[in-house]
Design a protein around this ligand. Structure first.
Ligand SMILES: [Zn+2]
Ligand SMILES: [Zn+2]
Length: 176
C-alpha cells in the first residue's frame, strides 16, 4: 500500500518537521520507463514554515536498474540527490502564462497542503540521465552480429577487419 505523506500547512509545528521514510514508488510514475527499483527510496526531509512559505530541505537515495541506451543491458544506477525547495501558497502563483525567468524555481502548494510523496517523485525524476549508459565508454551492439562491441571489436570484426567494417562501426556509433 502506498503511504500518504501529506503535510497540513496549518498543523505544522513551529519548530518545523523532521521526517525520515522509506517510500515505494512504481515504474509507471517515472519518466524513465525501463527503470526498476532495487530498493525503496529513502528520504530524509526537514520542513519548516516561514510566514506562508514552506521550506523543504532534504535528501533522497535509492538504487535502480536502468537499461543502457547503447547496449541494452540492464545496469545498476544509484541515486543520491539533495534538494532545497521553497513552496508558496497557490494564490501567489502568477495568473496565466508568461512566467518570468525568476519564477522558474518557485513552486506552489494547494489547499494548505503539501504532498511530500509527489515532491520526492519529482525530485527523483530529475535525476535520470536523458540517455542512460552502463558506462561512458559503452560501445553498444554491432549492427551486423548483434554482439556487444568491446575495445572496438565484436565477433565479426575479430574474424574479418577491413575498411568496410570500419565504416560500419562509425555509422553505428553515430546513431547512438
Ligand atoms: Zn551499455
Ligand atoms: Zn559484429
Amino acid at each position: 500500500m502506498e503511504e500518504q505523506l501529506i503535510i497540513e500547512i496549518d498543523r505544522m509545528p513551529r519548530e518545523g518537521l523532521r521526517l525520515e521514510r522509506d517510500l515505494d514508488f512504481f515504474t509507471p510514475d517515472l519518466v524513465e520507463e525501463s527503470a526498476v527499483f532495487l530498493e525503496p527510496t529513502h528520504v530524509e526531509v526537514f520542513v519548516r514554515l516561514v510566514g506562508d512559505e514552506v521550506y523543504v530541505q532534504g535528501e533522497l537515495s535509492t538504487r535502480l536498474s536502468l537499461v543502457c541506451s547503447r547496449c541494452l543491458a540492464p545496469f545498476e544506477f544509484p541515486v543520491r540527490s539533495r534538494f532545497d525547495l521553497v513552496y508558496l501558497p497557490e494564490d501567489l502563483a502568477p495568473a496565466g502564462e508568461g512566467l518570468g525567468d525568476d519564477d522558474i524555481d518557485r513552486m506552489f502548494y494547494r489547499e494548505r497542503r503539501l504532498d511530500l510523496r509527489e515532491l520526492v517523485l519529482e525530485q527523483l525524476n530529475l535525476t535520470f540521465p536523458a540517455k542512460p549508459l552502463c558506462s561512458p565508454a559503452c560501445e553498444g551492439l554491432c549492427a551486423v552480429c548483434g554482439e556487444l562491441i568491446r575495445d572496438g571489436r565484436c565477433s565479426c570484426l575479430v574474424k574479418e577487419t577491413g575498411p568496410r567494417f570500419e565504416k560500419l562501426k562509425i555509422l553505428v556509433r553515430d546513431k547512438t
